[in-house]
Design a binder for this molecule. Structure first.
Ligand code: HPA
Length: 274
């Protein structure tokens, strides 16, 4: 099983390397409504997911599924336009397959964005949050099963899942550009339904500032294989149990779109200064 998974990773890697000479050092995974950072990339090659052996194919309409290779902020990058969610029915191994392929392509750093619901009462719709830590409530873990020793240890340390250096860098970039950012803890749930009031109250009480349906599987696999990770959430809705309003997914996507220019600027400047 793990031998087969390893050979699938290598087949995907070989296919990508047969299509491009770009040797990326930074990987980027873009969240719902947040794909426009790729417009800043000097694209050298894009590859639809469906062409890459063993790559999952995204089923969420708001995502275009392709891998983009090129230059951004003076660095060679590989960006995933479209990501995979647990609620789509993919296994944790499928969701995180591209992270391992990107590791083998040569990246040392992974940047991740997502849309999330804000539970910290100080947070407003449209705020940006730098992720400092996370809680995994997905009920599954991508590292379950035989350990892939060539990627990392059986029991990976999670004392710094998001790089403190990159967090400081992003804070500096944000303040230099007069962009307000929040900092906090992301909790991942499976979805696809949004949370009940009781669940938001619970998630807030266990120490989370925002809630979303992505990012944590990719982070775990990235940390396992020694990548530095930086993550940011766009707060797309306010999840305060006592005043909770019905949420509209179109509104979530619109809020992500409206906030995207600030996120893009921070990500681009972080890449430039890595
Ligand atoms: N819950 C879970 N995921 C989300 C939310 C939310 O309220 N908003 C955006 N993604």
């Amino acid at each position: 099983m793990s031998m087969e998974y390893l050979s699938q990773i290598n087949e995907a890697l070989n296919y990508i390397q047969s299509k491009t000479k770009v040797k990326p050092e930074i990987g980027i995974i873009l969240g719902t409504g947040l794909g426009s950072l790729v417009n800043e990339i000097d694209v050298e090659q894009f590859i639809p997911y469906r062409e890459i052996p063993h790559f999952p194919i995204s089923t969420v309409e708001t995502h275009d599924g392709k891998l983009i290779l090129g230059q951004l902020g003076g660095k060679k990058v590989v960006a995933m336009q479209g990501r995979f969610h647990f609620y789509e029915g993919y296994s944790m191994k499928q969701i995180t397959f591209p992270v391992r392929v990107m590791k083998k392509l040569g990246i040392h750093t992974l940047l991740i964005s997502n849309a999330a619901g804000g539970m910290n009462p100080e947070f407003k719709r449209g705020d940006l949050m730098i992720i400092t830590d996370h809680i995994n409530l997905l009920g599954d873990n991508p590292l379950i099963g035989p350990n892939l020793d060539e990627f990392g240890p059986r029991f990976p340390d999670m004392s710094e899942p998001y790089s403190n250096k990159l967090i400081s860098l992003a804070e500096k970039v944000a303040s230099d550009n007069s962009i307000k950012t929040q900092k906090g803890v992301f909790v991942a749930v499976s979805g696809p339904n949004l949370e009940t009031k009781a669940e938001y109250r619970f998630l807030r009480n266990i120490g989370a500032d925002v809630v979303g349906m992505s990012t944590v599987p990719e982070n775990i696999v990235a940390v396992h294989c020694g990548l530095k990770v930086f993550g940011m959430s766009v707060i797309t809705d306010e999840c305060f149990p006592d005043t909770l309003q019905p949420v509209n997914v179109q509104e979530i996507i619109q809020t992500a779109k409206n906030t995207e220019p600030k996120l893009t600027l921070i990500m681009k400047n972080v890449i430039e200064n890595i």
